[in-house]
Design a protein around this ligand. Sequence first.
Ligand code: ZN
Length: 310
Amino acid sequence: MAELIFLDPVLKDVIWGGNALRTKFGYDIPSETTGEAWVVSAHKNGDCRVRGGQYDGCTLSQLWNEHRELFGGQEGEQFPILIKIIDAKQDLSIQVHPDDAYARVHENGSLGKTECWYILDCDADATIVVGHNANSTEEMKQMIAEDRWDDLLQVRSIKKGDFFQIEPGTVHAIRRGTMILEIQQSSDITYRMYDYNRLQNGKLRPLHLEQCMDVIHCPHKDYEVIRVQEKTADYELEELVDCPFYAVEHAVIHGQLVRPGLPLYEMIDVIEGEGTINGTCIQKGDHFVIPHGYGDYTLQGNMEIMLSRP
Ligand code: ZN
């Protein structure tokens, strides 16, 4: 029978990061400004390695290239999904991502980026940016030229457990005091629109205003998230999004949850507590792929998990 594929995170130092990936998730972070743990990734900028089992030490991209049967034979040059935990101690830049069509032409055949955020934890007064208030690209250019960022950006209050789907072309930013689990298309293409005039190693990070103007949707339209919940004495299971690139669910288990095997494969992130899957121990901070052919499985224990599938 196919075995679970546990992955070790790839940790990233960034100017806006903190140390919560160590204090809350126990990861061995490289600096006190570690902002990202790429927990399920086969991307060339952070390819996760398998921990234990028959593929111990292999990268996820190797498995994708050499053992496509583990992924149900799904087609595609690249493993399609990237999952990160983000610790934003400072504000992230205001940014936007292209869609597949734009990225293919302008970014060397790369994938575009649709992403979604599950708020793992945040300060009481934490906010994020999703959307803008300009009615046209012309108006947006004008507002940027006049430095009217407060008028332009839509700032929203957030709380633990909130969920956002960020479509390509949506202006967005994660802001300080926020921990997020991000599930996204496997792409690293970000067009930076505004960076608060911060310096990194004495220099401003580059902006990509031209590309921003190409891809930002005007006017902004909110993506309406519909959360469908199933509740029993043993668990609460909630479907958060089902889009062309991924489907994501969130579950709180305080007993047992039995799930049918899936046509392709699935990823699980344990974000709180501990338990077992078909008898194998799992705990907060574990991330693994349930490969094709693993079959039905039973989750047991007291834990909170995210489930995602292509
Ligand atoms: Zn983004």
